[in-house]
Design a protein around this ligand. Structure first.
Ligand SMILES: [Zn+2]
Ligand SMILES: [Zn+2]
Length: 299
């Protein structure tokens, strides 16, 4: 069968024909920043493992309480091509809606709010993106690559984006307010812990204030890792360019991306959702953050 659409064949077909499906991907589903050498570099999301304790994180944004001091977005996090941690910004705020909501639809799984017996069992549900407040920081705990060309290499510090889900935002807003008169969150260090539970928030469940660093201290501490990363240290200790990193896909780009995701998820984008959409739009559900947890992602 010859694939007729745009955006290349779905990964399953590319694999079957022996093609290099990695090379044929329309784009990586990640956040990126552009380095001075012109290359794009993936910016990973901050995460810690269940049960992990006292992982130091230093904020790079001032993140004062004023609106717009740090961005918020709605994102889809999903498994794609065998790996977790894929991210795409949800377009559901547009009048055209978001085709990825449909591409990621799944069978209803009961949650604590479900009426029992649940009438939704057996139905398909669209998955809306989850809201996140976004900041940039540096995770100050060494990470050792387990596989790939860098296996064995130790990364002492990790520049990353913190994506705070709605249910934890209140705590971060409190910190923003608390530190507003002290120049904001920039340079503030937190020790992060996570409950010993696979379903707990992957950005940690307890954020304990643990001191602060001046720009001079950050420059000194991160000079080496910044050089390895490919950024001048002055830029390494600044938030990522959100205009670039958090760029929304156009409807055309999203349509192409959704085809690949839908193919892998066995969703027919041209079919209306079998039960749920036909009966009530209220049956869309927000993404559960814990669903996208994954040990394959180095964060
Ligand atoms: Zn969406
Ligand atoms: Zn249910």
């Amino acid at each position: 069968m010859v694939y007729q659409g745009s955006g290349g064949p779905p990964p399953s077909l590319a694999r079957a024909t022996g093609g290099s499906h990695m090379g044929n991907k329309p784009f990586g589903f990640h956040f990126y920043e552009v380095l001075p050498n012109g290359k794009r570099k993936k910016v990973s999301g901050f995460r810690i493992n269940p049960g992990e304790k006292d992982v130091p994180f230093v904020f790079l944004d001032e993140a004062t309480p004023e609106a717009g001091a740090a961005p918020s977005i709605r994102i889809h996090e999903f498994k794609y091509n065998g790996t977790f941690g894929n991210i795409v910004i949800c377009n559901s705020h547009r009048s055209e809606g978001c085709v990825m909501d449909k591409a990621l639809e799944r069978d209803h799984t009961c949650f604590p709010g479900c009426k029992q017996p649940c009438t939704r069992i057996g139905s398909k549900e669209s998955i809306k993106g989850g809201w996140k407040w976004v900041a940039t920081g540096i995770k100050m705990k060494p990470f050792t690559y387990q596989k790939g060309p860098l296996a064995g290499t130790v990364l002492p510090y990790q520049r990353c984006m913190l994506m705070v889900p709605d249910k934890q935002y209140e705590m971060f807003l409190a910190y923003r307010e608390q530190y507003a008169s002290m120049g904001g969150l920039r340079g503030k260090v937190f020790n992060v812990r996570r409950e010993d539970n696979q379903r707990s928030s992957k950005i940690g469940t307890l954020w304990l204030p643990a001191g602060e660093m001046t720009d001079e201290q950050m420059m000194e501490k991160f000079e080496g890792v910044a050089a390895d990363y490919g950024l001048p240290v002055e830029q390494y200790i600044r938030p990522v360019d959100y205009q670039y990193a958090l760029r929304e896909l156009t409807n055309e780009e999203m349509g192409a991306a959704a085809k690949w995701v839908a193919a892998e998820n066995n969703v027919d984008l041209n079919q209306s959702t079998s039960v749920s959409v036909a009966t009530a739009s209220a049956k869309t559900v927000p993404v559960d953050d814990s669903e996208s947890d994954d040990s394959e992602v180095p964060f």
